[in-house]
Design a protein around this ligand. Structure first.
Ligand code: NDP
Ligand SMILES: O=C(O)C1=N[C@H](C(=O)O)C[C@H](O)C1
Length: 243
């Protein structure tokens, strides 16, 4: 496959390594500095775009691909308030757009465990639930996209909660799920869900040991997405049984 990388930072570089090792060709590596090179790229020479850039850049990168009829796989976090715009463009152009807050297979299993645990804990009102996420200090957004996905799934399943808030926000509303974001090098990504009561605590944790799982997931999705249309997610890709 011919892959165009929009965003060539920490993730873009590992994606390149994995894609090349799987026999794919990288036809462009675009950063802020060399964005003008996009003008030289012919859409018919690109099978898929893999986009891992920055929150402020994601929308224009994704638009660039969809407007040219190129399938876009995006992992950039921190721009979700603008996602409806991209969903509309995908529909208008009959295009292909795949977004995941986390491409790691392990994290997507963790998402399912989180959903199931939240269903079980809905009636256990003695437990206080909270999320902690730990990432490297270069990360631009907080909370992480993964923590937001985890929080949305908890709020959906636990009636006594109706929103999430960063713990910096004071005072914390009673119906809010607190999220603590820590920035400590070199953490590639750790997410902890805690249910705490006077009697005991229940904790589930996902710890990424490197960025390899995110990058491999993105390349596998790019291979799978060929010939597919519409808005697609990790649930479509992984087709977990009965969740
Ligand atoms: N969904 C997932 O599984 C994962 C998502 N992420 C997310 O991916 C994104 C990138 O992460 P990471 O690689 O670690 O970040 P980096 O900061 O290392 O890389 C981002 C790159 O994007 C480039 N960039 C900025 N603006 C533009 C633009 N307008 N067009 C093209 N490129 C641009 C930057 O260029 P320059 O160097 O010139 O500034 C930089 O090289 C983040 O949002 C992160 O949260 C990360 C890991 C996994
Ligand atoms: O910026 C990162 O590094 C990561 N970002 C994603 C997120 O915001 O959830 C995924 C992963 O945790 C690494």
């Amino acid at each position: 496959m011919k892959i165009l990388l929009l965003g060539y930072g920490k993730m873009g570089k590992i994606i390149e390594e994995i894609a090349v090792s799987r026999g794919h060709q990288i036809i462009g590596k675009i950063n802020i500095d060399n964005r003008a090179e996009l003008e030289q790229i012919q859409a018919q020479n690109v099978d898929v775009i893999i986009e891992f850039s920055q929150p402020e850049a994601a929308i224009s990168n994704i638009r660039w691909g969809l407007e040219r009829g190129i399938p876009v796989v995006s992992g950039t976090t921190g721009w979700m308030e603008k996602k409806p715009e991209i969903e509309k463009l995908t529909a208008d152009k009959e295009g292909t757009f795949f977004y995941a807050s986390n491409f790691s297979i392990g994290v997507n299993v963790f998402f399912k465990v989180n959903q199931y645990l939240a269903q079980l804990m809905d009636e256990q009102s003695d437990y206080k639930v909270s999320i902690e996420e730990i990432h490297h200090t270069e990360k631009k957004d907080a909370p992480s996209g993964t923590a937001i996905t985890l929080a949305e799934d908890i709020v959906k399943n636990i009636d006594r909660l109706s929103q999430w808030e960063l713990t910096e926000e004071k005072p914390m509303p009673k119906d809010a799920l607190p999220i603590t974001s820590k920035r400590i090098d070199p953490a590639p990504g750790t997410h902890i869900i805690r249910y705490q009561s006077e009697i005991d605590d229940i904790e589930i944790t996902h710890t990424a040991h490197s960025r390899k799982g995110f990058a491999l997931g993105a390349v596998l999705v790019a291979e799978w997405i060929k010939d597919k249309k519409g808005l697609l997610t990790m649930d479509d890709f992984l087709s977990f049984r009965n969740f």
